[in-house]
Design a protein around this ligand. Sequence first.
Ligand SMILES: Nc1ncnc2c1ncn2[C@@H]1O[C@H](COP(=O)(O)OP(=O)(O)OP(=O)(O)O)[C@@H](O)[C@H]1O
Ligand SMILES: [Mg+2]
Length: 276
Amino acid sequence: MAKLIIKDLYVSVKGTSILRGLNFEMDEGETVALLGPNGHGKSTLIATIMGDPKYSVDGGSITFDGQDVLAMSPDKRSQLGLFLGMQYPAEIPGLNSADFYKAAMNSHREKPMALFQFYRELEKAYKEVGIPFEMNSRNLNEGFSGGEKKRNEILQMRLLKPRIAMLDEIDSGLDVDAINVVSDVINEEHARGAGILVISHYARLLDLVKPTRAAIIINGRIVVSGGPEIIKRVDTEGYEWIKTELGIEVAKEINPAMNQVSIGVCATREAVKNEK
Ligand SMILES: Nc1ncnc2c1ncn2[C@@H]1O[C@H](COP(=O)(O)OP(=O)(O)OP(=O)(O)O)[C@@H](O)[C@H]1O
Ligand SMILES: [Mg+2]
């Protein structure tokens, strides 16, 4: 079973430090929930794993299946089996959806797919995510509703059959029926053997995809990890208990508060000082 391993990762955006010594591991085939308050680095983490050039990696490593992910261009990361379902899918005027999907799928194979086979798979995927097949002739995400954009991300996951699918708030903007449809597709991908890393602020999606592990990012680091009971606790209590139980100050905003010293950092410093 291949592993995604992130070690001591430091990432900044436009000179602001966001991830600060983050460690995380997951197996292909696992479903893991990535939780944390707004602005603490969840999207930064998975965009960095996928190779978004907006984020600069200042230290640490990311490997998948023993390969150095950080040394690869985003297309190579996709070919390796990584997939990102975006929190805010971009509208790309002038790029026909079907052409985009065909190019993406063909880049994952040695020989291009036969056109009839491509359209057969495409039609099946549209049906599965519950959007009209005719939308394949429209420009990618252009003028799509919020929910249609999110279903479109799931459609891409279905077509590309990743080994690790990272889904960033894929439930935001989805109506109740759509959440059921989307979670069915996520569960089918999981049954096929994919690892699912799911970010969500809401219990509904997490109840349906049933992660077996959860990790919480605070101030750019994973500070809590464990079983699904963590999801329940965050849903009922929020994140305040982390401050009281772990002594970690949860910054209201990562920026500029991220640059301030937190209680947790102070405590560590004091401990190191006392040891000397
Ligand atoms: N271009 C930028 N310049 C400065 N700060 C930025 C920039 N882009 C992102 N950030 C900051 O990086 C921090 C982490 O953002 P990120 O999107 O990773 O948070 P998140 O945990 O996904 O939050 P949410 O739950 O709201 O989606 C935020 O404080 C954000 O404002
Ligand atoms: Mg986010």
